[in-house]
Design a protein around this ligand. Structure first.
Ligand code: OS5
Length: 225
């Protein structure tokens, strides 16, 4: 799954026996990658669309695992454009019922940070080692905002101990955890969520999305049937 067409196109391009189904105003691409059956879709941007698509992938297409591929804004100074990060956990930086003495990102019966599947993370680390790539692991913060503001970025980093931010990952985390489906979130950095973020995003969306998509394809190749 991705959010934008640019995030899934490099994956769809590699599928055999492609079948397209339009459902709930989104296109789902069913096919095979090196014999492994996959379903690929982009949700459109933001938490609501991502929730819808993740739910449909599981409930209508019976996906047994969900891997997200896309781009993100960096918070950590360790992360440069094109670098890969896998989420250890996901939080919602724009979820706020602090008026009731709850912490940012928390609602009753929910969790501030939802952990991703450990065995999928291990596969990612193995793939990175084989490819000689550096893979950062850390918390990714999700919210319905394109962050292009150093103060907001700093606040999200400090409040959630987050290394990167985006607009869909925590939705996938909520859906997959509720439906008991192992999930994995990979992002390649497209910008640094600062004053230049809009410009950098436009310049690096395609190349960073491809870096993430290529890595996901290698993981699919490694995942046992
Ligand atoms: O999916 C959104 C989140 N993605 C990760 C990301 C991010 N998130 C928050 N803050 C940052 N600094 C981030 N950096 C990377 C990327 C994506 C961001 S929203 C980009 C919207 C760009 C756009 N707007 N219109 N179009 C593109 C053209 C268009 C027109 C019609 C249909 C589709 C696209």
């Amino acid at each position: 799954m991705g959010a934008m067409p640019e995030e899934v196109e490099p994956i769809v391009a590699k599928l055999d026996n492609l079948k397209e189904t339009v459902y709930a105003a989104n296109t789902y691409y069913e096919g095979f990658y090196k014999g492994q059956e996959v379903v690929v879709a982009y949700s459109k941007i933001g938490k609501v669309f991502a929730t819808l698509t993740a739910t449909i992938l599981i409930e209508k297409f019976a996906c047994e695992k969900l891997l997200f591929s896309g781009v993100a804004g960096a918070i950590s100074d360790d992360l440069q454009i094109g670098d890969l990060i896998i989420a250890s956990g996901l939080c919602q930086h724009d979820l706020d019922i602090t008026a009731f003495s709850h912490p940012f990102g928390y609602v009753p019966e929910g969790e501030v940070c939802i952990a991703t599947d450990e065995s999928l993370r291990e596969i990612a680390k193995k793939v990175a080692e084989e490819k000689g790539l550096t893979l950062k692991e850390g918390i990714i913060a999700t919210g319905d905002q394109f962050v292009a503001n150093p103060e907001r970025k700093e606040w999200i980093g400090t409040t959630f101990n987050a290394d990167a931010l985006e607009m869909e990952g925590a939705s996938v985390a909520v859906v997959c955890t509720a439906l008991n489906v192992p999930f994995f979130i990979l992002r390649a950095i497209s910008d640094s969520a600062d004053m230049d973020a809009g410009f950098d995003f436009d310049a690096f969306l395609e190349s960073s999305a491809k870096i993430s998509a290529d890595f996901i394809l290698s993981m699919v190749d490694t995942i046992e049937r």
